[in-house]
Design a protein around this ligand. Structure first.
Ligand code: FES
Length: 163
């Protein structure tokens, strides 16, 4: 991960209280960690180190074990999502029509990698599988907006809409 993608943690007291309740609900049960991590990610949107520490302390599970689980399962993320979630389809139809080049251009413009978020919290980039819009390939989405039949030259105009 590049240095500039470190977004300051800004969890609220309410979020922490909710997390503690979740931990209390699962504490002492076999396999408590995975459901706690799922619910923690729903509360915060991601699993930063600060959240992992709260879980570690309250579930009495080591940070290394928690980190191992978080990094093993692809459904968990330690990076926040941006206000604008950009997702570029890398499914076959989109890929053969150049979505990889579009993705590279977005990464270069925003200075972040796939799975990362800009330091101001505004944009994050993900690569997705087929989203069922192959007729529009290559496709990307920004939150609920879908853009299709793209060329790399369209990238600037799309990003400008969300400035
Ligand atoms: S492969 Fe991209 S929408 Fe199907």
């Amino acid at each position: 991960m590049s240095e500039q993608t470190k977004v300051a943690f800004s969890g609220t007291k309410e979020q922490e209280e909710k997390l503690i309740q979740v931990i209390e609900k699962h504490k002492g049960k076999d396999g408590a960690l995975i459901p706690v991590l799922h619910e923690a990610q729903e509360i915060y949107g991601y699993l930063p180190i600060e959240v992992q520490e709260i879980i570690s302390e309250n579930l009495k599970i080591s940070m290394s074990e928690i980190y191992g689980v978080v990094t093993f399962y692809t459904q968990f993320t330690t990076n926040p999502k941006g206000q604008y979630k950009i997702a570029v389809c890398l499914g076959t139809a989109c890929y053969v029509k150049g979505s990889g080049i579009i993705l590279d251009k977005i990464k270069e413009k925003l200075g972040i990698e796939v799975g990362e978020c800009t330091p101001d919290g505004k944009y994050s980039i993900d690569a997705t599988r087929c989203i069922g819009a192959c007729g529009l390939a290559p496709v990307l989405t920004v939150n609920d907006d879908v853009y299709g039949r793209l060329t790399p030259d369209d990238v600037d105009g799309i990003l400008e809409k969300y400035m």
